[in-house]
Design a binder for this molecule. Structure first.
Ligand code: ZN
Length: 137
C-alpha cells in the first residue's frame, strides 16, 4: 500500500497502535503495526495482524485453564467457527454445543480507517481455521 485511500497522499509511515480485545470478561491489548497517513492521519492495519491478536488472546484464555461458556465462546470466535462448523469438527449435533458457548459475541469496533493490507478476511472453513497461525511479529 503506497497511497492513502482517504486523501491519496503518499505520506504513509509505519507506526503502531494499541488494539484492545474484550473477551470472556478480560481485556487484552496488542501493539500492532499500522500505516498512518502523514497528511490526513488515517490509519491502516491488516486483518492478518488483527486476527493474530485475537488468536493470541484466545490462546491466553486457553492457557489460563478457565472453563466457562465465555472462554469457550471467545476461543470459538477467535478460530472463526460458527456453532455449526464447531459441531461438525467435534462430530456432534449443533444442539449439543452448550448454550453459553453459542451466544454470538459482538466484535468490538475496529479502528477507523482499518484496511485489509495483507489479506482479505478469509471465509474460515474448519480446514482453513486448522491452519496454524503465523508467528506474531
Ligand atoms: Zn490520508
Amino acid at each position: 500500500m503506497k497511497k492513502c485511500i482517504q486523501c491519496g497522499a503518499e505520506a504513509l509511515e509505519l507506526t503502531t497502535f494499541e488494539h484492545t480485545i474484550e473477551a470472556a470478561g478480560r481485556t487484552f491489548t496488542a501493539t500492532l503495526p499500522t500505516l498512518r497517513c502523514g497528511k490526513c492521519g488515517e490509519t491502516y492495519t491488516s486483518d492478518a495482524d488483527l486476527e493474530r491478536a485475537e488468536l493470541a488472546a484466545a490462546k491466553t484464555l486457553a492457557d489460563s485453564g478457565e472453563v466457562s461458556g465465555a472462554t469457550f465462546r471467545a476461543m470459538r470466535h477467535a478460530l472463526g467457527f460458527n456453532v455449526k462448523a464447531l459441531a461438525e469438527v467435534l462430530g456432534v449435533a449443533p444442539e449439543t454445543i452448550p448454550r453459553g458457548a453459542r451466544r454470538a459475541r459482538r466484535r468490538p469496533p475496529r479502528p477507523a480507517g482499518r484496511l485489509c493490507v495483507a489479506h482479505a478476511r478469509r471465509d474460515r472453513t474448519p480446514a482453513a481455521a486448522a491452519t496454524p497461525p503465523l508467528p506474531a511479529p
